[in-house]
Design a protein around this ligand. Structure first.
Ligand code: NG6
Ligand code: CA
Length: 503
């Protein structure tokens, strides 16, 4: 009798132990990773970073996770920033890594080690939805056939793309290498050189446009907006800018739903708040800050939809969600959308100097929110110096993927800093903006040349040799160049930059 009882106690203990282990198992599973990447979203464009446009979903993300105050994208424009994010190597190491036209070829080496490729090697299903801007194909692109190589050659199982930017042709979506909704009888042709087709262009017929241009952007008219470059055909496949956020968000949601049973990586690259800013009528006119503000409200809605989907499927605990941006903010970026006129008291770069295109802090210091309830305490902030250049290695480590010597060459495993567990982060960080700048602790060194100032590409100041040095601890707005008083530090930072370049 006693023996029976002790046997059943033992059995019960064993069963409850097994049960406890099974219950703990999900926490030990590598998390899903969702990277929501805004376009041209400035540090101050998010309400919880001081912005005056309401962003309730982003604020909630921060309230449930970690808000970084010194996080940087790798470059002050799109293509080099995204190249660095996915390859873990600085764009200056690659070829054709500046802002690319819509018919550019893939600039990342197929089959090389990349962020998605490493995660895929660790068993993740990987997908990219939204803005690509890293080129497609490896010769003249036939937009009417299978377009390859593309995301599938660098580790993405699934793609649904805006091939370049909203202001560049072709204005069509590409899913798994094919233009979506293309009618074979109406083939697409794209040119960035000679004019093709006989449709009117923006330069000649501004009366046909629903948004006038201030610089460039005056070629083929699609949906009443003239673009960079020429395209003919593909009428049925052309996107409607007002629906773009809905279209790509629904693809992001579907990707999560299709893959909810196994670990996945979703790179959701929104087009907001890049030009042309043409938010859906649900958002147009809602913020009082014009299309730029309304596009920000739309982006915030997209974030909410992703979070809602994760919650609906019980994935919100063990999914690492990161929100950030590819470069700093810009106001007039080529279309007359009243971004300046309706700015009001909103400060897109917050306290940082300049924005997109700039070597000053506003060029690369971007909002960065990280949420992962299974590991990150709610409502925390981190002042650690962190860079997107490290995300490839850090997320590979998180997933349990190996990183071979000589791959992801500039990317360090900075996972603890990314998750807020290490409060110092990197000791130095290089930034690209038509030349380089370097952060080292509180110091910021800006190499000589013409540097974009203010929030538009057409304001430039001259930085003379040997470059400018700012002490961000006492001068966060980079107003007082202290290079001459700190000649030795300037030399040391110059040689560190040289070492990084020659690495
Ligand atoms: C510039 C465009 C700008 C924007 C930028 C790329 C003009 C005058 N300006 O050349 O509108 O498209 O390229 O932005 O055409 S990024 O965020 O994709 O890098
Ligand atoms: Ca951008």
């Amino acid at each position: 009798m006693r023996n029976d009882r002790s046997l059943s106690v033992m059995l019960l203990t064993a069963v409850s132990l097994l049960f406890a282990m099974a219950c703990q198992a999900p926490a030990a599973d590598p998390p899903n990773i969702v990277l929501i990447y805004g376009d041209d979203v400035g540090y101050g464009d998010v309400a919880c970073y001081g912005g005056s446009i309401a962003t309730p979903n982003l604020d909630q993300l921060a309230a449930e996770g970690l808000r970084h105050t010194d996080a940087h994208c790798s470059a002050a424009t799109c293509t080099p920033s995204r190249y660095a994010l996915l390859t873990g190597s600085y764009a200056f190491r690659g070829k054709r890594t500046g802002i690319q036209p819509g018919n550019a070829n893939l600039i990342i080496q197929p089959k090389s080690a990349t962020l998605p490729e490493r995660l895929k090697s660790a068993g993740y299903t990987t997908g990219v939805v939204g803005k690509w801007h890293l080129g497609l194909g490896d010769g003249p692109i036939d937009w009417n056939g299978k377009i390859t190589p593309g995301p599938e050659s660098i580790g993405f199982d699934y793609h649904f793309l805006i091939p370049a930017t909203g202001d560049r042709v072709p204005c069509v979506y590409v899913e798994q290498g094919r233009v979506v909704d293309l009618a074979p009888a109406d083939p697409i042709e794209v040119s960035y050189g000679k004019r093709i087709g006989d449709a009117p262009i923006g330069k000649e017929r501004p009366d046909l446009l629903k948004m006038q241009v201030t610089h460039g952007h005056d070629r083929t008219i699609v949906n009443g907006i003239s673009r960079i470059g020429y395209m003919t055909g593909g009428e049925q496949a052309r996107w409607v800018d007002e629906d773009m956020a809905d279209v790509i968000t629904s693809q992001a949601v579907k990707f999560i739903e299709r893959n909810k049973e196994k670990p996945f990586f979703l790179y959701f690259a929104s087009h907001d708040i890049h030009v042309p800013r043409v938010p859906h009528s649900r958002f147009a006119g809602t913020t009082g800050h014009g299309p730029r503000g309304d596009a920000m409200a739309q982006l915030d809605w997209c974030v909410g939809e992703v979070m809602k989907t994760l919650k609906q499927h019980g994935l919100e605990e063990n999914t690492l969600v990161i929100f950030s941006s590819d470069n700093g903010p810009v106001l007039d970026d080529g279309y007359a959308d009243q971004a300046n006129e309706l700015l009001g008291d909103h400060r897109p770069a917050a306290d940082w100097r300049a924005g997109k295109y700039s070597k000053f802090e506003g060029g690369t210091r971007v909002p960065t929110i990280v949420r992962w309830p299974a590991r990150i305490p709610a409502n925390t902030t981190s002042d650690a110096l962190v860079g997107q250049i490290d995300w490839a290695h850090s997320l590979a480590s998180l997933a349990g993927a190996s990183v071979e010597e000589g791959t992801l060459v500039d990317s360090l495993d900075q996972l603890p800093a990314l998750l807020g567990e290490d409060s110092s982060g990197r000791t130095y960080l290089a930034e690209e903006a038509n030349g380089l700048s370097l952060r080292q602790g509180q110091w910021k060194y800006v190499t000589p040349g013409r540097v974009t100032d203010k929030l538009g590409p057409w304001n430039r100041v001259k930085v003379t040799p040997p470059g400018a040095l700012y002490d961000l601890a006492s001068d966060p707005q980079e107003q007082t160049d202290v290079a001459s008083e700190n000649a030795e530090r300037v030399e040391q930072m110059q040689s560190l930059l040289e070492r990084i370049k020659q690495q």
